[in-house]
Write a protein that binds this ligand. Structure first.
Ligand code: URA
Length: 189
């Protein structure tokens, strides 16, 4: 079975997942989207209202900023990358995902990473960074460098929602992180 076929099967299983209580409140599961053979993967936190309705990650305001920065700083279109979240179902009222929800969803995220096998994983914000790097350090301390991760380079950056709130300084730091990701895409593993 090819990685793309395995990913399609994983998606079918994920779409009926009931491993945690978030299943009860969702409109739909928001599985990862994009190129199953992408060199670049983004990992966010959890679906918001628009994502829950449309069944696709990062289609709201945060997604627009993500798309813009990826195009401007890395030169990639959304369809060329793979985009996933730490949890696939919307937490009620957009609250933070709970540790047990993150753990229930972790195998889906790790399998997506292993099947896509990207060269570079960009974690967007605290939840993705802490979940994948098993750290308690905040994003402000973690960003600014890359970390080895499952055969890839992991580049932590702010969540685009933080950039939308925080303004030009946060956007500038995100741009610098995206430039770092672009340089690593050209690096042999
Ligand atoms: N924020 C996220 O972390 N993920 C999405 O898919 C949308 C907003």
């Amino acid at each position: 079975m090819s990685p793309a076929e395995a990913l399609a099967l994983l998606r079918e299983r994920a779409l009926v997942c009931a491993r945690c209580p978030l299943a009860a409140g969702r409109t739909q599961v928001v599985f990862g989207v994009g190129n199953p053979a992408a060199d670049l993967m983004f990992v966010g936190e959890a679906p918001g209202r628009e994502e829950d309705l449309r069944g696709e990650p990062f289609v709201g305001r945060s997604g627009k900023l993500l798309d813009l920065l990826a195009r401007q700083e890395i030169g990639v279109a959304r369809e060329e990358c793979y985009i996933a979240n730490v949890v696939m179902c919307r937490p009620p009222g957009n609250r933070d995902p709970l540790p047990e929800e993150i753990e229930a969803c972790r195998p889906y995220l790790e399998d997506q990473i292993d099947l896509v096998a990207p060269k570079v994983v960009v974690t967007l914000g605290n939840f993705a960074t802490k979940t994948l790097l098993a750290t308690t350090e905040g994003i402000g301390r973690m960003r600014g460098r890359a970390y080895p991760f499952r055969g890839a380079h992991l580049v932590p950056t702010y969540h685009p929602a933080a950039a939308l709130r925080g303004g030009s300084e946060v956007v500038a730091e995100m741009r610098a992180d995206f430039v770092r990701a672009k340089a690593l895409l050209g690096d042999p593993r």
